[in-house]
Design a protein. Sequence first.
Length: 146
Amino acid sequence: MSNMEFIPVQSFNNYVEAHIAMGNLQQQHINCWLKDEYTVTIDPILANAVGGIKLMVAKVQVPRAVEILKQAAGNKHPHYACPHCSSHEIQMVDIPQKETNLFAVLINKLFGNKTKAAEQIWHCFACGNNCKQPVEISSGAMEDAS
Ligand SMILES: [Zn+2]
């Protein structure tokens, strides 16, 4: 199968949400990638012009991918909440380190991977904010915010 066909199943104006969605699919062994990621990330103003970052999925896996994306959209974290809006619709994501700091990249290559290759952040789907550390909810005091 040399000419596998890919179909856009979802588009994003948000780099972080695009990566979260792709990560969710890849965990389920869905063959997928992000189209126009470079353009949108470099210049957010262009996001509308190119229609955002498109999540491309192998045609034969599209029905399963859509199911996974639907499930992930409704996920609420049981123990952590967004510090900005208190929503539980947050998810941890590894953001690939951008190679803007050439010196840091060089140090990593010379001295081994002592610093993290990817930055871990939490993304809130309710308000769109990112944070390093969400609010931890102890299971005993947990209330249903919805
Ligand atoms: Zn929030």
